[in-house]
Design a protein. Structure first.
Length: 251
């Protein structure tokens, strides 16, 4: 059975076997009890994942044609493929599970927010992103790419940039470099007044990232609090911990 590439779904299929093996090797260090693969496509990663001692493996794939191809090629997957989008399905396991995938670039940022929704059940994620997005997730304060994704993810996960993946590793080759990162849930996440307050604060701060925090923060703090030196900084100068601490001062 042949399959077709669908640009509308942001499909770039991984064809470099060495890269597949590197991703699976990184995953092999994680808890292998339950694994969810996002966007298996033509099964480049899947065939290696199926060789691992995983007790419960599931894959979520939106493209019906790829679901049919995978089921035909790997009959053992017949009961393990969820047809749909990671953004729409309910959480696929009851207990802890590892998330892995060559994530579709057009929804990769949304997948990260989905991960954050499910973080209580996902101790490890290993994913391939457009390099620019991967760098944003792992970046530190005082850099141009440090932003909302960096802060929200790093509040709950330790981040590692594992390796670059060149365009030649895919069919069709994307116009950009890719990067594989690993997120490992923190044993103790940063303390925040509430996750809602934290998310709201971070998004507002980076919404006007060129301005002193005093401007975008006005709706959330008493005038006296806004006089503190911290509010003369810009969002990209604050650490994750400083953002977390600020939530306790919100009015």
């Amino acid at each position: 059975m042949q399959y077709t590439l669908k640009k509308s779904l942001g499909q770039h299929f991984l064809t470099n076997e060495a890269i597949c093996k590197q991703i699976v090797a990184a995953l092999d260090e994680a808890n292998m009890n339950q694994v969810l693969e996002v966007g298996p496509g033509a099964g480049a990663l899947t065939k290696y994942l199926l060789k691992l001692p995983i007790n419960h493996f599931k894959a979520v794939e939106l493209d019906r044609e790829k679901v049919a191809y995978l089921t035909l090629t790997y009959p053992s997957l017949a009961e393990s493929i969820i047809e749909g989008s990671i953004l729409d399905i309910p959480i696929p396991f009851q207990d802890q599970f590892t998330l892995v995938g060559n994530f579709p670039y057009n929804i990769s940022t949304q997948i990260v927010f989905r991960l954050l929704e499910w973080k209580e059940q996902i101790p490890v994620m290993i994913g391939m992103f457009q390099k620019e997005v991967a760098e944003r997730i792992v970046s530190k304060p005082h850099t141009k790419v440090y932003g909302i994704l960096s802060v929200l993810v790093q509040a709950f996960y330790d981040v590692d940039y594992l390796f670059d993946v060149p365009p030649s590793s895919f069919n069709p080759p994307p116009k950009v470099m890719s990067g594989v990162i690993r997120l490992t849930r923190k044993a103790t996440p940063v303390a925040v007044r509430s996750e809602k307050a934290f998310f709201t604060l971070v998004k507002a701060a980076f919404g006007q990232r060129r301005k002193m925090l005093r401007n975008p923060m006005k709706p959330f703090f008493e005038a006296a609090v806004l006089q503190e030196d911290l509010f003369t900084k810009r969002a990209e100068q604050l650490t994750v911990q400083e953002f977390a601490d600020l939530t306790f001062k919100m009015g």
